[in-house]
Design a protein around this ligand. Structure first.
Ligand SMILES: Nc1ncnc2c1ncn2[C@@H]1O[C@H](COP(=O)(O)OP(=O)(O)O)[C@@H](O)[C@H]1O
Ligand SMILES: N[C@@H](CCC(=O)OP(=O)(O)O)C(=O)O
Length: 373
C-alpha cells in the first residue's frame, strides 16, 4: 500500500475509532479544555454526517481530576491516580455530553477493564454494547475504568485500548489524536544524537521504516508516549486496521481527507479473531519452556507443540488458558492455548514419546492456536 492508498482508506473508512490523548482535552491548571473539546466534536460530528460510524476513546480522566483536587502535577501512585480519575471521569463524560448536545447527539459512556477484553465472555459483552450504541446512533465514549483497574490488570495505556476497540468493533481505521503532529525520527522536543532536529515520517509501510526511530516518553499529562503509539499501531496492523497519528488541533483535516500526520499501513490479511486474541488480548496464565528443536518446529515451521519438546512449566494454568512459550534462553517466542493443565504436563515431563500415555500424544498447543510474538 502506498501513502496515498492508506490515506484514502482512512478517509473513506465506514467505521472509525478515534483515540484522543489527555494532552488534547485536558490542561494541568484548569482541567478540561472545553474549547479544544468543541473543536474536536465539530470534526467528529462532520465525519458522522458524512456517513461514518465513529467510536471515541477518550483519555483525560486523570488529567481532568488534577486541578479540582488541588494537585500540582499528574500523580504517580495508584491510589491518587484512581482518586483523580474518579473526579475527572465524571467531568470528562459531562464535557463530551455537553459538547455533542450542541448537535443533539447522544453520548454513551463505556468504561472497560482489561478483563473485559481478555476474557472471551466479557469481550462479547463489550462488543454487544458498542454495537448497540452504534445502531442507536449514539456515540460511544470509551475509557479504561481507571478507578478499579490495578497495576497488574490494566490496558497499560489508551493507545492500546484504542487498537483493541478497533479490533472489537471491526473498525476500518484508527485515528490517534495527540499533541504532536506525527511520528518523528526522535522526540521532537529534543535534538537528535547528531544534533539535528528530528524529522517527521509521513508513512510507515512496515517495521523497516522504524529503523533508527527513537520513541520517547510523553508530556506532563500523557501516559505512554510514542512507544505506546507504535505498539498500538502494530496491534492495529495485525487486525488489518490502518492508523493515522495526527495533532488534535488538526482533527478537521485528519478526519476529512487524512492528509496530515503519519499513516501506518495495515497488513493486507487480518489475523483471525482467535489468533488476534491469543496474541494481543488474552492474559497469559503461565509459561512453557521448550527445547531448541521445539523452537525450530513451532516458530520456524509453524508446527504444533508436542509434549517431548517441553522442558519446564510454570504458573498454574488450566486447559484452555493462554500461555507463553519460551526457548532455552528464556526468551519468549510465541503464545498459545494449552490443551492440558500445567500439573498434568509436569507429571509426565521427561517421558519419551513411546512412554507417554495415549491421551498425552495429542499436541499440547495446536498450530492453529499458536502465534509467534
Ligand atoms: N519519536 C517521536 N515522535 C513524536 N513524538 C514523540 C516521539 N518521542 C516522544 N514523543 C513525544 O510523545 C508525546 C505524545 O505522547 P503522549 O504525551 O503520551 O500523548 P497522548 O496524551 O496524546 O497519548 C509528544 O508530545 C512528543 O513530545
Ligand atoms: N485512562 C487514563 C488514560 C491513560 C492514557 O493512556 O493517557 P494518554 O497517554 O494521554 O492517552 C485517563 O483517562 O486518564
Amino acid at each position: 500500500m502506498t501513502d496515498s492508498t492508506v490515506r484514502t482508506a482512512i478517509a473513506q473508512a465506514r467505521t472509525i475509532v478515534v483515540k484522543i490523548g489527555s494532552s488534547a482535552v485536558t490542561d494541568l491548571n484548569t482541567g478540561i479544555a472545553l474549547d479544544r473539546l468543541d473543536v474536536l466534536v465539530d470534526a467528529l460530528e462532520a465525519r458522522m454526517r458524512a456517513g461514518s460510524d465513529v467510536i471515541v476513546v477518550s483519555s483525560g480522566a486523570v488529567g481532568a481530576g488534577i486541578a479540582p483536587l488541588g494537585l500540582k502535577k499528574r500523580p504517580t501512585d495508584l491510589a491518587t491516580k484512581q482518586a483523580a480519575a474518579s473526579v475527572g471521569q465524571l467531568k470528562l463524560a459531562q464535557a463530551w455530553d455537553a459538547s455533542f448536545a450542541r448537535y443533539d447527539r447522544t453520548v454513551g459512556q463505556v468504561l472497560l477493564t482489561a478483563d473485559d477484553v481478555s476474557n472471551r465472555a466479557h469481550h462479547a459483552n463489550a462488543q454487544r454494547t458498542l454495537d448497540r450504541l452504534r445502531s442507536l446512533h449514539a456515540v460511544a465514549v470509551v475509557n479504561e475504568n481507571d478507578t478499579v483497574a490495578t497495576n497488574e490488570l490494566r490496558f497499560g495505556d489508551n493507545d492500546r485500548l484504542g487498537a483493541l476497540v478497533a479490533h472489537l468493533t471491526g473498525a476500518d481505521a484508527l485515528v490517534l489524536l495527540s499533541d504532536v503532529d506525527g511520528l518523528y525520527t526522535g522526540d521532537p522536543r529534543k535534538p537528535g544524537p547528531d544534533g539535528q532536529p528530528a524529522r517527521m515520517i509521513r508513512e510507515v509501510a512496515g517495521p523497516e521504516d522504524l529503523d533508527g526511530v527513537i520513541a520517547g516518553t510523553g508530556g506532563d499529562l500523557g501516559t505512554g508516549g510514542m512507544a505506546s503509539k507504535l505498539s498500538a499501531a502494530r496491534l492495529a496492523a495485525d487486525s488489518g486496521v490502518p492508523v493515522l497519528l495526527a495533532a488534535a488541533a488538526e482533527a478537521g483535516r485528519a478526519l476529512t481527507d487524512a492528509s496530515v500526520g503519519t499513516v501506518f499501513a495495515a497488513r493486507p490479511q487480518r489475523l483471525s479473531a482467535r489468533r488476534f486474541w491469543v496474541r494481543h488480548a488474552a492474559e497469559t496464565h503461565g509459561r512453557v519452556t521448550i527445547d531448541a528443536g521445539a523452537v525450530q518446529a513451532v516458530v520456524g515451521r509453524r508446527r504444533s507443540l508436542l509434549l517431548p519438546g517441553i522442558t519446564a512449566v510454570s504458573g498454574g494454568f488450566s486447559s484452555g488458558d493462554v500461555v507463553e512459550l519460551a526457548g532455552p534462553d528464556g526468551e519468549v517466542c510465541a503464545r498459545g492455548v494449552s490443551s492440558y493443565d500445567a500439573d498434568d504436563i509436569a507429571a509426565v515431563l521427561g517421558s519419551s514419546s513411546a512412554d507417554l500415555p495415549s491421551d498425552f500424544r495429542r499436541p499440547v498447543i495446536h498450530a492453529d492456536d499458536l502465534v509467534r510474538t
